[in-house]
Design a protein around this ligand. Structure first.
Ligand code: NAI
Length: 367
């Protein structure tokens, strides 16, 4: 251990065992966090401040902005700027304000976001444009302004763009959001290549299901089905996103640029369903028993299941007909189901569907 290395006791560790701050790691650095008034942005700002950075929060919501600045310790370490990230001029003013307040910018987090969910059938052009404007245009504005300033300062820098697992796998009801979040990945890689020669690093993160006000508002059945997809078996906490941002913001990631880090507890890992293990119970299909959604039975190949990673860990199976309805016979870890066939864990929740292919009932096994 060198003298400048903080003692272990100084490192902030949360109840999950996660490191949320490393005092001194970002001493002398200045960070901008957009959408920093609440949620993930505020957690990121807290982690950056606790690690020694001075932070400028940018948000449309003046009230939450002021409360957040106070919570972070007030003017000496944090300040707020009302800013709509969709407006390039406003983002330029934000950079000026940060430079005036703290003398430059070393870290910039493009985090501000909104959702306007609806299926493609019902989504309006306005809903599409609003989401694209905040996420895609907002991130582009942040990149344009931050890279210009960092190039001028000539002391390198780190920019973190907040994408989402939605941008990787596509979420039904979020064609606008998924498109914007996927676009952020391409944008991250393109601009990372443009400015790397100036030691300006640009990386993206893709949070999955994180406990925030946004996810708390979701209906219980949607929460259950998302939890069923997470190998770590729980939602993430905002601090667990913030700690990755801290890593990407700091010299701990000095050789990383153009990367995309999934923070999702393993959700949407594309892998084959694992073979049944010792202790697994075999659940035979039967009338009234647990059923799987039809999409698992369509396609007829194991690869199809790879494209639908919303199958619970430990599942392997094939289609079987029971009466007029096709079910998936499968093996699951012991305890997943109660003896009566109902799901014993909130991680497993399935609806009843028949297996169909091209409108005709499938009778043969899926694989
Ligand atoms: P949130 O709704 O709690 O916070 C978003 C903040 O952005 C708010 O303070 C809001 O006032 C601000 N904002 C909205 N539009 C703005 C604009 N045009 N200009 C400036 N500020 C604006 O959301 P949350 O959950 O903290 O999400 C933060 C980011 O993380 C978003 O980009 C979101 O898409 C992304 N994300 C969140 C996940 C989650 O599970 N909560 C999962 C994946 C990605």
């Amino acid at each position: 251990m060198t003298e400048s290395t903080p003692a272990n006791s100084d490192i902030t560790i949360n109840e999950l065992g996660g490191v949320t701050a490393i005092p001194g790691l970002l001493s002398g650095k200045v960070a901008v966090v957009t959408g920093g008034g609440q949620g993930l942005g505020l957690a990121m700002a807290r982690s950056l401040v606790d690690s020694g950075a001075k932070v400028v929060l940018a948000d449309m919501n003046e009230e939450s902005l002021q409360a957040a600045v106070t919570e972070l310790g007030g003017d000496g370490v944090a300040t707020g700027a009302v800013c709509n990230v969709s407006d390039l001029e406003a983002v330029e003013k934000l950079a000026e304000a940060a430079t005036t307040a703290f003398g430059g910018i070393d870290i910039w987090v493009n985090n501000a976001g909104i959702t306007r969910d609806a299926t493609i059938r019902k989504m309006t052009e306005q809903q599409f444009d609003d989401v694209i404007s905040v996420h895609l245009r907002g991130t582009w504005n942040g990149l344009k302004v931050a890279t210009a300033l960092m190039r001028e300062q000539d002391r390198g820098g780190s920019i973190i763009n907040v994408s989402s697992i939605s941008g990787k796998v596509g979420n039904p009801g979020q064609s606008n959001y998924s498109a914007a979040k996927a676009g952020i990945v391409g944008m991250t890689k393109a601009v990372a290549k443009e400015v790397a020669f100036k030691n300006i690093r640009i990386n993206a993160i893709q949070p999955g299901f994180i406990n925030t006000a946004m996810t708390a508002a979701m209906p219980q059945h949607a929460i259950d089905s998302k939890l069923a997809e997470i190998p770590l078996g729980r939602p993430g906490e905002p601090e667990e996103v913030a700690s990755v941002v801290l890593f990407l913001a700091s010299g701990l990631s000095s050789y990383l640029t153009g990367t995309v880090t999934e923070i999702s507890g393993g959700r949407n890992i594309c892998s084959r369903s694992p073979s049944p293990r010792r202790g697994d119970v075999c659940v035979e299909p039967r009338r009234g028993g647990p059923t799987f959604p039809s999409h698992l039975c369509r396609g007829g190949s194991p690869d199809h299941r790879e494209k639908r990673p919303d199958v619970p860990a430990g599942t392997s199976g094939r289609c079987r007909s029971v009466g007029s309805v096709s079910h998936l016979a499968f093996c699951v870890p012991a305890g997943t189901f109660q003896p009566d066939g109902r799901a014993a864990s909130a991680r497993v929740s399935f609806s009843r569907f028949a297996c169909r292919a091209g409108g005709r009932r499938r009778r043969r096994p899926c694989r």
